[in-house]
Ligand binder design. Structure first.
Ligand code: ADP
Ligand code: MG
Length: 678
């Protein structure tokens, strides 16, 4: 038996409990050891009844006077009462409806009672406290995430068994010099103390070591992946040709755009490959910057690839690029999952022959058939929606190509470094001129008729609008819901208008047709699921209604709203929601107060907490068990420095003392490949 032993075979588990543990993500004994408590209960600080402050949670050691007696108060409610004493004072214990607990208490037995103290100075009370035999239980107790049928207490017992049996066999992952340099305790101590700390200092110390290890493993993984795609030297653009392109644009670049273009040109003039993140809110004009960079690369003799996470976004990019390059002879092609076989074959051949300058596509670009003649520049849009392996794979189709990553998701720098490696950042913090901020209102469902009337008034003026239709409960298909909703509008409020429908289950062809019709003004009102979040740029669309707005995250609402406010006419966004809870209300309120993507991301982060925001789903990173990258910036730094030093001595982590760390890296990145894809 070792750490990889199936959890089912741990003493006390068995088949049924194994299934429950699986729900908590625990498959092996090793997983259980690394299933850290989410909090602790301090049963080590025992106070006398006299000293226990009313209103506070305390741990009292006392002897039970007599077995609790039950009194049936009403149907289904039995109350058990007894007195306990610690020699000095008496306290009353009340237990509601818990026969099991009441019967556990023996007259004359000594117990620990853990709970909030109530009553008055003459007689204190505790209602339904936690109780344990006093003997051996005055300690800090771990609290675990539980699931139905598996309480924190039962997990605690299993962890204890696993610790006794397996911890001595746990391989030390961190070489001695690292532990010395960063003051980290051994793996053995950290595992014991994180679960059963003698006092809270031990718990802190243990957590620090475990967080460090987790961050180090993550950083190493990211760096190893990067080294693979950066080993070769890049292509060099020795001429800056961007002026020719910029002159042809129908608008003037903003200051932020110009700065970004200059930075990119400078990067590409270097023999080492560019690795740059281009960050900017929706509508800030990232695509124009990317196009200028593509133009420059092509004029310097390279081929380019642009990869986006969805077909719709890909097609939009393709159209935009074609429009940008119409007058300057850059040859653009489109490759997605739905490209016909014959067309695909032609694209593969043309790529090889060097007759395509820019290939725009989805992850279909990653298939082995796609081979370039001289791929020198790779752009990924919304890269966090690709898996880690997929990001690296596109770069590997060239010999150390320059890399530009575009993102509308504001990411704090520490985290960006984690995700993208050692990268440079350009921020487009200035919107193109003439943009009017979108006015946003949050209303309840009884205002729906008025909202729809307002939409109609806009359509009557020749403008266009979106309705993001209600999300459905699991089980129903989103397609059906969107269809029904559109049908309802077509029969009712929008009988006399041209209403289009867009949802994720439609075939790419159909979607494209709907979008084309909407962009051409043939469709006045587009009813849609969240698929419009990425894609369609229609400046004439100036009004958006979002149904069930409470069910969207802040960042998602912001992305959706980014579809309007792209033209010269002032735009309006109406959020409809009947949600009463504070959190939803607060979110909607924030939306009405600001249009600033970074502010919204901040608020989102605060409300959701980093675990959620930066979880594996968001950024294609492995999920962190314990380390919180935003809180632990110092530790993130130290782990980064440590990773650097390790890799400079042992780039493949093949030395004996580093091998355990290498397998930890491999384990952490297992299965991350497709996370975040949709
Ligand atoms: P992003 O990709 O950052 O969301 P886009 O590149 O799609 O933004 O640009 C949004 C819209 O603004 C496009 O219609 C684009 O043509 C236009 N645009 C970009 N830069 C400028 C500019 N400097 N002045 C005016 N319009 C611009
Ligand atoms: Mg864009």
């Amino acid at each position: 038996m070792d750490l990889n032993t199936d959890i089912q075979y741990l003493k006390g588990v068995g088949e049924k409990r194994a299934r429950l543990l699986h729900k908590l993500g625990v498959q092996t004994v090793g997983d259980l050891l690394h299933f850290y408590p989410r909090a602790y209960e301090d049963w080590s600080r025992v106070v006398s009844i006299a000293d226990a402050p009313i209103g506070e949670v305390c741990c009292v050691r006392a002897i039970v006077d007599r077995k609790p007696v039950g009194a049936r108060i009403r149907q289904g409610l039995t109350v058990f009462k007894t007195d306990v004493t610690d020699g000095g004072s008496i306290m009353q214990i009340t237990i509601f409806n818990n026969k099991y607990l009441a019967e556990k208490l023996e007259a004359g037995g000594e117990y620990l009672f853990f709970g909030r103290v109530s009553g008055n100075l003459w007689k204190k009370e505790m209602n339904t406290p936690l109780c344990e035999k006093a003997e051996g239980n005055t300690r800090i107790r771990p609290i675990y995430r539980q699931t139905e049928g598996m309480t924190s207490r039962s997990i605690e017992r299993l962890v204890s068994t696993a610790l006794e049996r397996f911890v001595p066999a746990c391989p030390e992952t961190l070489p001695q010099w690292i532990r010395d340099k960063y003051c980290l305790c051994s793996i053995e101590n950290s595992l014991r103390d994180v679960h059963f700390p003698p006092d809270m200092d031990y718990a802190d110390h243990a957590r620090r070591r475990l967080m460090f290890e987790e961050l180090l493993t993550l950083t190493l993984g990211m760096r190893l992946m990067r080294t693979r795609s950066r080993a070769h030297s890049g292509y060099i653009c020795d001429r800056d040709e961007t002026a020719d392109f910029i002159r042809l644009l129908p608008f003037r670049l903003t200051g932020a755009q110009s700065r970004a273009v200059q930075a990119i040109v400078a990067d590409m003039a270097h023999p080492s490959p560019m690795n740059r993140l281009l960050q900017g809110d929706v509508g800030s004009g990232k695509t124009a910057v990317a196009a200028a960079a593509v133009y420059n690369a092509v004029r310097n003799g390279m081929q380019c690839a642009l990869m986006a996470p969805t077909e719709i976004l890909t097609m939009q990019h393709y159209d935009t690029m074609c429009a940008f390059f119409a007058q300057c002879g850059v040859r653009v092609a489109l490759l997605t999952g739905s490209t016909r076989a014959a067309a695909k074959r032609k694209i593969y051949a043309d790529l090889q022959a060097g007759e395509i300058d820019l290939l725009v596509g989805t992850h279909a670009l990653l298939t082995p058939d796609v081979t370039f003649r001289r791929l020198g520049f790779v752009i990924t849009d919304e890269q966090h929606r690709f898996g880690v392996e997929q990001r690296a794979a596109l770069g590997e189709k060239g010999k150390g190509p320059h890399i530009l990553v575009m993102s509308a998701t504001p990411i704090p720098r520490t985290l960006a470094l984690m995700i993208y490696g050692d990268l440079d950042v350009s921020v487009l913090d200035e919107l193109p001129p003439g943009r009017k901020p979108v006015k946003t209102y949050a209303v309840t469902g009884d205002k729906r008729e008025r909202a729809l009337g307002y939409v109609r008034a806009h359509l009557d003026k020749g403008l266009q609008g979106y309705i993001v239709c209600p999300l459905v409960e699991e089980g129903d298909t989103p397609m059906a819901a969107a269809e029904e909703y559109a049908e309802m509008l077509r029969q009712g409020a929008f009988r006399d208008y041209r209403v289009g429908l867009l949802h994720g289950r439609m075939r790419p062809r159909e979607k494209e047709e709907v979008m084309r019709a909407f962009a051409a003004g043939e469709v006045q009102l587009l009813v849609s699921t969240t698929v419009i979040e990425v894609g369609v740029d229609v400046p004439n669309a100036v009004i958006m209604v979002i149904e069930n707005a409470e069910r969207f995250g802040l960042s998602q609402l912001h992305q959706l709203r980014g579809r309007i406010g792209r033209g010269q006419v002032a735009s309006t966004c109406i959020l409809i929601s009947d949600a009463q809870n504070d959190e939803a209300q607060k979110r909607l309120h924030i939306m009405t107060q600001t249009n600033d993507g970074f502010k919204i991301a901040d608020a989102d982060l605060q409300m959701r907490g980093p675990g959620d925001f930066f979880g594996a789903r968001q950024h294609g990173l492995p999920e962190m068990k314990i380390a919180d990258m935003l809180e632990q910036t110092q530790l993130v730094h130290e782990a980064g420095a440590c990773a650097e030093r390790l890799l400079s001595v042992d780039p493949e982590l093949s030395a004996a003392e580093n091998r355990a760390l290498r397998s930890a890296v491999e384990k952490l990145f297992q299965g991350v490949g497709s996370a975040g894809m949709n």
